[in-house]
Design a protein around this ligand. Structure first.
Ligand SMILES: Nc1ncnc2c1ncn2[C@@H]1O[C@H](COP(=O)(O)OP(=O)(O)OP(=O)(O)O)[C@@H](O)[C@H]1O
Ligand SMILES: [Mg+2]
Length: 260
């Protein structure tokens, strides 16, 4: 935690609208219908993530962090509010255009990996390409894509695991495959929801070293939910949430515990 203000670190090598943050959300609310009632989870969240900036999102369980990430990551619609991704008002786009913007601009890493069980490591990394290029173009580029996927996984220390399915991988290995999948298309923004929440400390540290090293070398913007103060400390900035709102840093009374 070196700064509590929003910083925009140039346009980086990912280009985009000069001077705008990679992500800018305003007035995000989110309600879920529960039977004949309505559960209001987000109550008007504003958040920016600058280019090449790393932001830790922390807060108590149930504060709405994952719900917010889903809206910011264009996976679930806000009830009200706007999300600008690389200068584009994403929720104003058609479903198809929004999906292609998401594929181009965002990589995701989740706590429980979200790998497809019937695919091996290389195929899991290639899955977004199959969706992105469609069958014909994917087939034509298959050899090149396959080589790139293998090289990335080898670079992540998985040389001996390329043809293993998720059930044949450890948690740390699964998360490295998930990270390779997220970064395969070199997106400008990585969104991570407790990426080490399911790993023991040593394994989690290895995954984090890899994540931060990729973040630096690629000039990635990172928005990451974590419950770990050490991890938050490694990010440029921390955003605190409670009960569906972002807190002003001066309102934060209980420091986050360091996970043992
Ligand atoms: N699809 C849904 N339908 C109804 N309620 C939901 C839905 N998704 C989330 N909620 C509710 O919204 C609130 C916030 O959930 P969310 O998962 O965003 O919290 P969180 O901050 O990520 O918590 P944690 O740290 O435990 O992961 C919770 O009370 C949850 O029950
Ligand atoms: Mg959550």
């Amino acid at each position: 935690m070196t700064d509590t203000t929003t910083t925009s670190v140039g346009s980086g090598r990912h280009g985009g609208a000069e001077g705008t943050p990679i992500l800018r959300a305003r007035g995000i609310t989110k309600s879920f219908p529960i039977g004949d009632r309505r559960l209001d989870v987000l109550h008007g969240v504003d958040i920016d993530v600058g280019r090449s900036e790393s932001v830790a999102l922390i807060g108590t369980s149930g504060a709405g962090k994952s719900t917010l990430l889903h809206v910011l990551g264009l996976l679930d619609s806000p009830t009200t509010g706007t999300v600008e991704l690389d200068g584009v008002d994403a929720w104003a786009l058609s479903k198809e255009k929004r999906a292609s913007l998401r594929n181009l601009k965002i990589g995701f890493v989740f706590q429980f990996y979200h790998l497809l069980p019937e695919l091996d490591a290389v195929e899991n990394v290639l899955l977004p390409s199959m969706i992105r290029y469609g069958r014909g173009a994917y087939r034509r580029r298959k050899r090149e894509l396959d080589t790139r996927a293998r090289d990335l996984l080898i670079g992540f220390g998985l040389e001996e695991r390329l043809d293993h399915r998720p059930e044949q991988l450890s948690g740390g290995e699964r998360q490295r495959v998930a990270l390779a999948r997220a970064l395969f298309h070199d997106p400008p923004l990585l969104i991570a929801d407790e990426p080490t929440g399911n790993l023991d400390q040593a394994t989690g540290s290895q995954v984090l070293e890899l994540l931060f090293s990729e973040q630096k070398s690629r000039g990635l913007s990172l928005l990451m939910v974590t419950h770990d103060a050490r991890l938050a400390d490694r990010c440029d900035r921390t955003v605190y949430m409670r009960d569906g709102v972002v807190l002003d840093p001066s309102e934060v009374k209980d420091p986050l515990p360091v996970v043992p």
